[in-house]
Design a binder for this molecule. Structure first.
Ligand SMILES: Nc1ncnc2c1ncn2[C@@H]1O[C@H](COP(=O)(O)OP(=O)(O)OP(=O)(O)O)[C@@H](O)[C@H]1O
Ligand code: SF4
Ligand SMILES: [Mg+2]
Length: 335
């Protein structure tokens, strides 16, 4: 699956800042721009995996797309319509069509509510279904997400992490959404349960023609589930391409370092590459030029001054690195 000619979601030149509001307690606090000129396109029916280290802006992106945090510039288009300009009624329809699944399933479930009420909540808020119809729908949703009907009477503290994530997914599917933004859908789960949830997500996608944006710091998760992958570093996409192309031949030194830092079981894919040292710089003071230059083993003087442009390196695969400028001139291949 590729973006093709049918994009469901387009993010164009998106800027998101935190702390731009003035407050009595922090009157002189400087706004921190976490996403700057951010671009992304998600095709209908595809899964886009977004990977990057902690603090690089993955959740901020999801929250901005869902309009839980405001954008201070740029556009978000859903089915070609301007999300940032939506009025109350268009926003209500958007909230049905787009569901955000938060990073920790337990924290997004009300501990005082039973599973039946948790899953039925969006039906009560957004539909005119009577109680019997809502309960019938809850039963169907629990069945689809692999939970027995008896779980309707449980509270969140009576669920395992995997069961809680299934309840979250049942609730997210209640209004027949088109797009699911899944923020670290398996990071709070035991390894043994992670694959079950990823396989469930893939089955639900096929059954309901869903489009996914899957955010994860785990390369294994995005490799398992994604059609395309975007690699995020300090609020910017540095490499994007089909799963096969990015995993076979990562071209950005950051992607290569991320891969090197992750154990790969297949010996044919093990390559000797510089691993990732240091931490992501603060978005309050991003390095000039290439934002990765403070950690890049190939950094040159130019990298400290000039922002690299994206270069196509294979069909549907690009990376932004000055080494690729040089390759284009000399015919060399990147490291
Ligand atoms: N509400 C907020 N107010 C101020 N700064 C914030 C807020 N939320 C996030 N940030 C900052 O924005 C940056 C990006 O955070 P974000 O949560 O988007 O990262 P992430 O990639 O999702 O990280 P993780 O993998 O740890 O979940 C970080 O520097 C973080 O400290
Ligand atoms: S532009 Fe320079 S610093 Fe940035 S990734 Fe490429 S070589 Fe490294
Ligand atoms: Mg996050």
């Amino acid at each position: 699956m590729t973006v093709g000619s049918d994009p469901l979601l387009q993010v164009r030149d998106l800027d998101v800042e935190y702390g731009s509001g003035r407050g009595i307690l922090a009157p002189s606090r400087r706004a921190v721009r976490v996403l700057s000129g951010f671009n992304l396109t998600v095709g209908r029916g595809e899964t886009l995996g977004i990977v990057g280290e902690s603090g690089c802006g993955k959740s901020t992106l999801a929250h901005a797309i869902a309009r839980f945090v405001p954008a201070c510039g740029g556009e978000i288009l859903f089915e070609g319509r301007d999300v940032l300009g939506f009025d109350k009624s268009a926003m209500r329809a958007y909230r049905e069509a787009m569901q955000l699944v938060f990073q920790n399933p337990m924290s997004s479930l009300n501990p005082h509510m039973k599973v039946r009420s948790i899953v039925a909540e969006p039906l009560s808020t957004h539909t005119g279904l009577d109680r019997a119809s809502r309960m019938a729908r809850v039963r169907t949703l629990l069945q689809e997400t692999g939970l027995p009907e008896t779980f309707m009477d449980r509270h969140p503290h009576e669920l395992s992490g995997g069961q809680a994530q299934r309840v979250v997914l049942a609730r997210a599917l209640a209004l027949n959404p088109k797009l699911l933004l899944l923020d670290e859908p398996t990071s709070a789960l035991d390894v043994s349960v992670q694959a079950q949830i990823l396989n469930l997500l893939m089955r639900l996608q096929a059954d309901h023609a869903l489009t996914y944006v899957v955010i994860s710091h785990s390369l294994a998760v995005v490799e398992h589930i994604s059609d395309r992958i975007a690699v995020l570093y300090l609020g910017e996409v540095v490499e994007e391409g089909t799963r096969a192309s990015v995993f076979r031949e990562p071209r950005h030194p950051y992607t290569q370092a991320l891969f090197a830092a992750t154990p790969v079981p297949d010996p044919s894919r093990r390559k000797k590459r510089a691993s990732l040292s240091g931490t992501v710089p603060s978005p309050a003071d991003p390095p000039p030029g290439c934002r990765f230059h403070t950690r890049c083993p190939h950094a040159m003087a130019r990298c400290r001054r000039e922002k690299p442009a994206p270069h196509q390196v294979a069909e549907g695969h690009w990376a932004a690195c000055h080494l690729l400028d040089d390759d284009q001139q000399t015919g060399r291949t990147a490291p």
